[in-house]
Design a protein around this ligand. Structure first.
Ligand code: 5CA
Length: 166
């Protein structure tokens, strides 16, 4: 198999170090957005696990919300869960907190653990796909493994309106 790009290899190494057998794959087509990732791997957009970073307005703490690819995150719901107002992180904050750029943020392998919530809708599937460090790299996993590798809490976080797929 061809070598992975360094950022994707770091995710593969983190998976192995944490005891997960998932294999990072690099695709010829972009997997930068949930819609592109679903098209590239041939799954439904709902099976894409989007890793979104928010910031607590008063604490400045990073929060990771892993959402179903077809869902928009309701920031009020996440605020209620986290106990403070939250805002979407900018690209620099995302990289600083996760070690990866937007479009490739994985659910594992961050410099330090992030408080994490997982969209309950992701548990509807036997297999889901997550970003793996690079806008062309993904890996397949079960929802149970996603919960285990992140230590995240499963919660209702989606807004009633659908995400525009980006
Ligand atoms: N590789 C794909 C599928 S797993 C992926 O990483 N999708 S994602 O949804 O997890 O990451 C892209 C997300 O980054 C977008 O849904 C959006 O929430 C966020 N994003 C995109 N552009 C910006 C930006 N300029 N500032 C902050 N967040 C952004």
């Amino acid at each position: 198999m061809a070598d992975l790009k360094p950022s994707a290899q770091r995710v593969q190494d983190a998976l192995l170090a944490a005891g997960f057998g998932a294999q990072v794959v690099e695709l010829p087509d972009s997997t930068r957005t949930a819609a592109e990732a679903a098209a590239a791997v041939g799954c439904s957009v709902e099976q894409i696990a989007k890793s979104l970073i928010f910031v607590g307005s008063s604490s400045g703490q990073a929060l990771l919300v892993i959402a179903g690819g077809g869902n928009r995150v309701d920031e009020k719901k996440v605020s209620a869960l986290s106990g403070e107002k939250i805002v979407r992180a900018d690209a620099d904050f995302v990289r600083a907190q996760t070690g990866y750029g937007i479009g490739g943020v994985p659910p594992i392998g961050h410099p330090s653990p992030l408080r994490t919530w997982i969209d309950a809708d992701l548990l509807n599937y036997t297999a889901i796909w997550a970003a793996a460090g690079h806008p062309n790299a993904v890996f397949c996993l079960t929802p149970a493994d996603l919960v285990a590798m992140t230590g995240g809490a499963v919660a209702e976080v989606k807004a009633e309106v659908k995400a525009e797929a980006r």
